[in-house]
Write a protein that binds this ligand. Structure first.
Ligand SMILES: [Zn+2]
Length: 106
């Protein structure tokens, strides 16, 4: 992940921040990810907190098996059909991991 970001940094520029987007199937724990990120950046010689990581996780796409309603949820296991059906919804989500943006200093 850090390598992915580093490859986007133009020569002679310093990485200051990375914005990422992850699919829900990645199962990312944001707190754990921040801790891992700090460790990687420190190991690469950056000062603590010098390179910020911003990560957003896409919600699951839920579909009601009763009425076909669709909605999105961060916690599909606790999610129910907005139409009030008791039928169990199905969940779909991707496992993408993308670098959306990087901030660099010249
Ligand atoms: Zn429904």
């Amino acid at each position: 992940m850090a390598d992915l970001a580093q490859r986007h940094v133009p020569a002679g520029h310093t990485l200051r921040g990375v914005t990422m987007r992850a699919g829900p199937r990645q199962g990312i724990d944001l707190d754990a990810m921040q801790i891992a990120w700090r460790a990687v950046m420190l190991a690469r010689g950056h000062a603590d907190g010098e390179v910020a990581l911003h990560c957003t996780i896409d919600p699951w796409n839920c579909t009601c098996t009763g009425c076909g309603s669709r909605w999105t949820s961060d916690a599909p296991a606790e999610s129910a059909c907005p139409g009030g059906c008791e039928a169990a919804p199905t969940f779909a989500g991707n496992s993408d991991l993308q670098v959306i943006n990087i901030d660099v200093d010249p």
